[in-house]
Design a protein. Structure first.
Lengths: 290, 233
């Protein structure tokens, strides 16, 4: 069945976007920063994958190293570049984020050359047949891994002390400080969680698109950013929804025979959202405080 | 208990607090009164470390806190209920209380939540509701309950009566009195000078960032200048 086929395809792609969009949205929610270096974390995850697999590590260890490496990178980035700018104007922090993105891409090019490197993520191959539709194991694994990650995130945010502190800081940073919450720790934790999700997203992305280049994270990051804006930046359910919506849109446009226009369609969504409903579908209205 | 010496605070180029010094002794209710924009909230924010004074010192329980981070100051036993309540509207009543307990050992949390519910039964009825769905009076109770979760030695209250119906104002002041009788020292900032002075032991009058008058609350209530400026006659 063609429709079911395409739907699963869209869910696979969408779940990857959703995982990456979550990091964007959470960081924005907490310090109002569009972390444009977020996509490049995935690129770094790709190179970690290449080297740890080439070193003959067990796939499970390699996966761990990818997620851990991405998390560590984000924490270092936050501590070195963003913490000193905590009271700086938002535009300075935004420019810093773009700077870090360019820096990471150029460092990757310096160390690993611009040449695309193949990356084979070892997941079970093969497929099963359901109702006349062939489902590759990789698709099922991708969707399940994303859903599990999101459930885990939901648990952290709604049940744990740090997760609740995250929500408190994102709603009212000053009041959170008056509760005795160390905002810097919460911000670092948010970057770490967002990057861990991006690390998982990296693995799943390279399962589908098995090539690593220094700029591989740029377009993925941009699309995840659009997904986050569509869902309402700062909103966790919004980022999940936005990710799936962008995935479905891309697959639809491709299926309709306009595969060259998929990127264009996604950017068109950004333009429309910004014109019609800049707070996104699930975003809260921003009230400027006096 | 709290000693503020030569506090000078600027917002950019605006000179907001001009050489303010005052003390709060253990067991007292002290009030800062003054009109809108006199700098009352700014003083509280500076004490809790959200703003910095250019000069002088702030001591709490004999230790200087003027360079401490806000979260460290809370941990020492100084809680601040900010102006406008600032409860976490998207979080449930109970989660708000949990946040108030952030600096405390986890083991005491449930017991203290029960204590707060005992003091504010309305909050218990609504423990699962989002704080945003509460009325203004209930939000004020939540803001105070949340601050009490850290068992503060000094509680700073910024305009607790703001925007509340008279009956609720009475209720809130009754609670403040009760807390004081339990040994919590209170620094109360109010525009409602009548209420504040009838409750407090001592008061400071603040005008455009300067302390212009200080006396016992009783004397301030009878002071002609204060009556004219803040008590409507």
């Amino acid at each position: 069945m063609l429709i079911l086929d395409q739907l699963i395809n869209a869910l696979q792609l969408g779940s990857i976007y959703a995982l990456v969009a979550l990091g964007y949205s959470m960081v924005y929610g907490i310090i109002k920063l569009l972390n444009f270096a977020h996509g490049d974390v995935i690129m770094v995850g790709g190179y970690i994958a290449i080297f740890s697999l080439a070193a003959g590590h067990h796939p499970a260890l390699a996966f761990f190293l990818i997620v851990f490496g991405c998390t560590l990178l984000a924490v270092v980035m936050e501590k070195l570049a963003y913490t000193p700018l905590r009271t700086a104007p938002r535009i300075s922090v935004l420019i810093t984020a773009i700077g870090i993105s360019i820096l990471l891409q150029n460092l990757a090019q310096f160390f690993f050359e611009a040449r695309p490197l193949p990356l084979h993520i070892p997941l079970p191959t093969g497929s099963i047949n359901i109702a006349g539709t062939t489902l590759a194991y990789t698709m099922i694994i991708t969707i399940m891994a994303s859903v599990l990650s999101m459930l885990a995130l939901n648990f952290v945010v709604s049940r744990t002390r740090l997760g609740k502190a995250m929500r408190a800081v994102s709603e009212d940073g000053e009041a959170a400080q008056l509760m005795g919450i160390n905002v810097n720790n919460v911000v670092t934790f948010t970057f770490a969680v967002g990057a861990a999700l991006a690390g998982i997203g990296a693995i799943l992305y390279f399962v589908r698109f098995p090539v690593v280049t220094p700029t591989v994270g740029a377009m993925l990051g941009l699309k995840a950013f659009i997904a986050a804006v569509l869902g309402g930046i700062g909103s966790i359910p919004g980022a999940m929804f936005g990710g799936f919506a962008i995935g479905i849109l891309e697959v639809l446009v491709t299926a309709a025979g306009f595969s060259r226009w998929t990127d264009g369609a996604v950017f068109l969504v950004l333009i429309i959202v910004l014109l019609v409903r800049p707070t996104g579908l699930m975003g809260r209205k921003i009230v400027e405080k006096v | 208990m709290l000693n503020v010496k030569n506090m000078n605070v600027y917002y950019g180029n605006i000179y907001a607090i001009k050489d303010v010094s005052f003390d709060v002794n253990e067991g007292e209710i002290v009030t800062l009164i003054g009109s809108n924009g006199a700098g009352k909230s700014t003083i509280l924010k500076t004490i809790s470390g959200l703003l910095r004074s250019k000069t002088g010192s702030i001591a709490f329980l004999g230790e200087t806190i003027e360079n401490s981070a806000s979260h460290a100051i809370v941990k020492r036993g100084l809680a601040h209920v900010p102006e406008g309540r600032r409860v976490f509207l998207q979080m449930s009543v109970q989660e708000n209380l949990e946040m108030g307990h952030y600096t405390q050992p986890r083991i005491t949390m449930n017991e203290r939540i029960e204590d707060v519910y005992e003091r504010f039964p309305r909050l218990k009825e609504r423990y699962k509701q989002r704080a945003g769905t509460l009325s203004g009076g209930e939000q004020q109770m939540l803001a105070m309950g949340r601050a009490l979760m850290s068992r503060p030695k000094l509680l700073m209250l910024d305009e607790p009566s703001m925007g509340l119906a008279p009956l609720l104002v009475d209720q809130i002041f009754e609670i403040i009195k009760e807390l004081a009788s339990l040994g919590v020292t209170i620094l109360l900032v109010e525009q409602n000078a009548q209420m504040a002075l009838s409750l407090a032991n001592r008061g400071y009058v603040l005008e455009t960032g300067k302390i212009t008058l200080t006396d016992s609350a009783k004397n301030l209530l009878e002071n002609d200048a204060v009556r004219r400026a803040y008590l409507g006659g």
